[in-house]
Design a protein around this ligand. Structure first.
Ligand SMILES: C[S@@+](CC[C@H](N)C(=O)[O-])C[C@H]1O[C@@H](n2cnc3c(N)ncnc32)[C@H](O)[C@@H]1O
Length: 305
């Protein structure tokens, strides 16, 4: 049994995944139910991404530059052998996989989607644990039981992020580190801002597909206030998804290169290794300047308890 899983919660291990009910997570709120539906409905694409990109030593998915940036921030966590790491909203487990190349961590992934966790379990080359549960109901772990928490592109989906942040603080050990990446609503002058202004219908569709509902998303300032209110300290924060990176990742790589590489069945990792640094040199330099000016449609937050 996963040692820090709260015993009062009655989880059982079925096919390698800790869950309460084989029928899945029982959701209550509108947003919780929507997230479960959206992420469970992607089972075919999980298989495709896993088959084509997961087993590489890099562990990236199709969002090349976003995952390279995640990796840069992960390095700031200074992961050490034996660190207990909780990845919240782990989906098919790419981030855990990526982190396991930094240090021999004891990883736990938690997600609301059984389809995502089944792919994560199937492809995990490490002895990671996976827990099926909605974090809106709390984190089913003992107090002070993780050295590190990561939560990338998840907090913006939640109806009650303040409660979930206070749960994260509860389960982090004193001095424990965290890393969040969160899309925000104050996106002035970022690519998404132009997109929203000029192609509002298509922008709304993109938001729906991502499970983003503007009414529960927050500004960068509101997120910082919530983090501080939960009792966590912020060491470093910076904007991301300013302009060119979004064009490359979400349009060129996702729509064109991904398709071409998957059709040709060429090892995607060569693209990562050879091309991404060159592309990055040209398109991320201007983005860095924009981010410094506070322009971007998402932000990273790094800190500790
Ligand atoms: C945009 S994906 C991010 C996946 C992953 N963190 C990454 O960066 O590749 C959002 C993930 O959060 C999960 N999620 C959304 N709401 C959740 C909830 N209430 N409880 C647990 N997981 C949730 C979804 O199932 C999905 O896997």
């Amino acid at each position: 049994m996963l040692s820090n899983l709260a015993t009062s919660q009655n989880f059982r291990k079925v096919d390698g995944i800790y869950l309460k009910d084989e029928a899945g997570v029982s959701t209550s709120g509108f947003y919780e139910t929507k997230q479960k539906q959206i992420y469970d409905s992607r089972s075919e694409s999980y298989k495709e991404h896993v088959k084509n990109s997961y087993p590489t030593s890099l562990g990236y998915n199709h969002l090349i530059l976003t995952y390279r940036e995640h990796l840069r921030w992960v390095k700031k966590l200074n992961l050490k052998t034996g660190d207990r790491v909780l990845d919240i909203g782990c989906n098919i487990g790419q981030l855990l996989h990526l982190m396991s190349h930094q240090a021999q961590i004891k990883g736990v992934g938690i997600d609301i989607s059984i389809e995502a966790l089944q792919s994560a379990k199937l492809n995990s080359t490490n002895d990671f644990d996976f827990v099926l549960c909605s974090i809106e109901k709390g984190l089913p772990f003992d107090d002070n039981s993780f050295d590190v928490i990561t939560c990338m592109d998840v907090i913006e989906h939640l109806e009650n992020p303040q409660f979930v942040l206070s749960e994260m603080k509860r389960v982090l050990k004193p001095g424990g580190r965290y890393l969040f990446h969160i899309p925000v609503t104050d996106i002035f002058l970022s690519l998404d801002w132009y997109y929203q202004k000029l192609l509002s219908k298509s922008f709304d569709k993109k938001m729906q597909l991502a499970g983003h509902f503007l009414e529960v998303m927050r500004t960068d300032k509101q997120i910082k206030e919530m983090i501080v209110a939960s009792g966590l300290g912020i060491t470093k924060s910076r904007r991301f998804n300013a302009f060119f990176q979004t064009i490359f990742d979400y349009h060129i790589s996702h729509r064109i290169l991904n398709r071409v590489f998957f059709i040709w069945k060429l090892p995607f990792k060569y693209y990562h290794l050879a091309m991404a640094p060159i592309v990055e040199l040209f398109i991320l330099l201007p983005d860095r300047l924009l981010q410094k000016l506070g322009i971007g449609s998402s932000s990273y937050y790094l800190g500790k308890k």
